[in-house]
Design a protein around this ligand. Structure first.
Ligand SMILES: [Zn+2]
Ligand SMILES: [Zn+2]
Ligand SMILES: [Zn+2]
Ligand SMILES: [Zn+2]
Length: 205
């Protein structure tokens, strides 16, 4: 049997996350047990052909190790984007939610999503630089001044989008004319961590 790794991963609270006795990686859920009671990580269980425990050669069962699963879900872990610079830690079961708003996640250029004009994707903290280089017309907005949109007809559908950086916050300001609904919309959306700022507010005119 392989020797346990010396450099075990330590959770932020100082609790050592249990590791799988077969692959020696951190345990991941769901955790199934063999007839003898060994608990294997979900990856190892899935890859067993035939489904016999590598430790004791007994058959694997459908019995879950709920206590261990619960402990893993509650363990505090660093953000998966830690290497990119995120210092956020959270319990395992909140990782998915955090990743949706982690400012160190990869994001597609908002102009690409709406206008199909740009295929750039990168970290949020690189987005200002990207707009400066590639979409200066959509970036040079003075946060204290108004935005003037020229050559816009209210009888045709139209959309404009701007990126505004203020302090460490980034906002997307979009303007839309919808002739079907006879409406003009302004929306100001904060992109980034909603814990730093309430996320979205929209004003209809
Ligand atoms: Zn494993
Ligand atoms: Zn076993
Ligand atoms: Zn993060
Ligand atoms: Zn772009």
């Amino acid at each position: 049997m392989a020797k346990a790794k010396v450099n075990k991963k330590i959770a932020a609270v100082g609790v050592e996350l249990p590791e799988c006795p077969v692959c020696l990686e951190e345990m991941s859920t769901p955790i199934y047990q063999c007839l003898t009671g060994h608990s294997l990580c979900s990856t190892c269980t899935t890859n067993l052909r035939p489904p016999f425990c590598p430790l004791c050669r007994q058959a694997m069962t459908q019995t879950r190790n709920w206590q261990l699963e619960d402990m893993i879900e509650r363990a505090t872990v660093p953000c998966p984007n830690k290497l990119a610079g995120c210092v956020y830690t959270m319990v395992n079961m909140e990782v998915e939610d955090h990743l949706k708003e982690c400012i160190f996640r990869e994001m597609a250029c908002p102009l690409g999503a709406v206008f199909g004009k740009c295929s750039w994707s990168g970290k949020l903290n690189a987005m200002s630089e990207h707009f400066k280089e590639r979409h200066p017309d959509n970036f040079n907005v003075d946060p204290d001044a108004g935005i003037t949109i020229n050559n816009t007809s209210v009888t045709a559908d139209d959309r404009h989008m701007y990126l505004v950086a203020q302090n460490k916050f980034l906002f997307i300001i979009s303007f839309k004319i919808d002739t079907m609904q006879k409406m003009a919309y302004w929306a100001v959306q904060h992109i980034g961590n909603k814990n730093l700022l309430n996320s979205t507010f929209t004003r209809y005119m």
